[in-house]
Design a protein around this ligand. Structure first.
Ligand SMILES: NC(=O)c1ccc[n+]([C@@H]2O[C@H](COP(=O)([O-])OP(=O)(O)OC[C@H]3O[C@@H](n4cnc5c(N)ncnc54)[C@H](OP(=O)(O)O)[C@@H]3O)[C@@H](O)[C@H]2O)c1
Length: 332
């Protein structure tokens, strides 16, 4: 049994998001974490990466998962592999931080949450924007009435095509497609402003019939017990946008890096009212470190795991509703 204060984390896959952002953040929190190991389908990749990051190499995912010297795993695999490896990790008694989207269907997410709950383990989907201080500032400004009463929310997250045709996002068998990748962010942020009682009222998507994945789309989220709504757009073949716009009875608040503010960026908010426009420059923050701090709190019982389970189900339910109401047009 681990008698140390820190959590020993293993990583499944030498993924770009892991090596660029999450592993450096794990290493930067030595009081909370020890990077214990990294596994790859390719043992030479695991060896090189383990040497770079000063941890143990595992020649496949399964050998890391059965190691009793690992307390928690970070799973940055393609979406379709989240379900089998999350289940395996939970069965081995590990807490799980998994990349978005947590599952490819509502049923998968329900089963993962049920198992996590039965085993009293953490299951956290890696939407790090939730823990950037920018979001807390925006919530405070709106709660303080800076833009009056909220009337609508608009979210846009999209980027130009990926240079590599081999990208996991273009592979249907790996859970690719823009909805589970970029579109999922709108569903995750909407409840912060519109509340939990939400449903997808309308949805539209363009399906790339050559690649066999959805490539851009959008929709409308509606409150069940109120008149508020949000509209959102996302895509893989779009001019870059990463914006949130809150339109109120007295003003409008906009930000352009709501999901992706890097740790060296001072995010800017634009607040417009009848008194004029004010640009607010916010402090830098590291949301990768912040979500890891939160994961540590969950593991140690200092934050509510039940609320995360609920959030996981709500997120998957909204994506499921989107798929049920969507109008799809094929493009080639
Ligand atoms: N939270 C965020 O900000 C953020 C940002 C980017 C991506 N993501 C999410 O993170 C996950 C990984 O994205 P990524 O951009 O890091 O992808 P990536 O660089 O392609 O990494 C995925 C890794 O999965 C492993 N893998 C297992 N089976 C595979 C297969 N059949 N084809 C390709 N790779 C396979 C590979 O590791 P080995 O070969 O070493 O086993 C690969 O390096 C996705 O769920 C994505 O949505 C999140």
């Amino acid at each position: 049994m681990n008698t140390k204060q820190y959590t020993r984390v293993g990583v499944l896959g030498v993924a770009s998001i892991a090596t660029r952002s999450v592993i450096p953040a794990i290493i930067s929190l030595p009081n909370q974490y020890k990077l214990a190991g990294i596994a790859s389908r390719d043992s030479s990749k695991a060896t090189t990466s383990a040497r770079d990051f000063g941890c143990k190499a595992y020649e496949n995912y399964e050998s890391l998962l059965v190691d009793p010297d690992i307390d928690a795993v970070y799973i940055p695999l393609p979406n379709s592999l989240h379900y089998p490896f999350v289940i395996m990790a939970l069965e081995q008694g590990k807490h799980v931080l998994v990349e978005k989207s947590l599952g490819c269907s509502l049923i998968e997410v329900q089963q993962m949450v049920e198992l996590a709950s039965a085993r009293n383990l953490v299951l956290l989907e890696n939407f790090q924007f939730r823990f950037h201080s920018q979001l807390a500032t925006i919530l405070k400004l709106t709660n303080d009435g800076v833009i009056g009463n909220l009337r609508s929310v608009r979210v846009a997250f999209g980027f130009p095509p990926f240079a590599d045709a081999d990208n996991i996002r273009y592979k249907p068998e790996l859970g690719g497609g823009a909805l589970l990748d970029a579109g999922a962010y709108a569903m995750k942020i909407a409840p912060y402003f519109l509340g939990k009682d939400l449903s997808v009222a309308h949805a539209s998507m363009a399906f790339d019939s050559a690649r066999n994945v959805d490539i851009w789309g959008g929709g409308m989220l509606q409150q069940s017990g109120g008149a508020l709504f949000g509209h959102f757009s996302y895509g893989f073949d779009n001019y870059y946008q990463c914006s949130l716009e809150l339109w109120g009875s007295l003003g409008k608040l906009t930000t352009n890096r709501i999901f992706t503010a890097p740790s060296n960026l001072e995010p800017e908010l634009l607040v417009e009212t009848s008194h004029g426009a004010e640009r607010k420059v916010l402090p830098t923050d590291d949301h990768f470190k912040n979500i890891l701090n939160y994961f540590y709190k969950l593991i140690n019982g200092d934050a509510s795991t039940a609320l995360e389970y609920e959030g996981n189900i709500q997120q998957a339910t909204l994506i499921d509703q989107f798929k049920n109401v969507v109008t799809t047009s094929s493009i080639s």
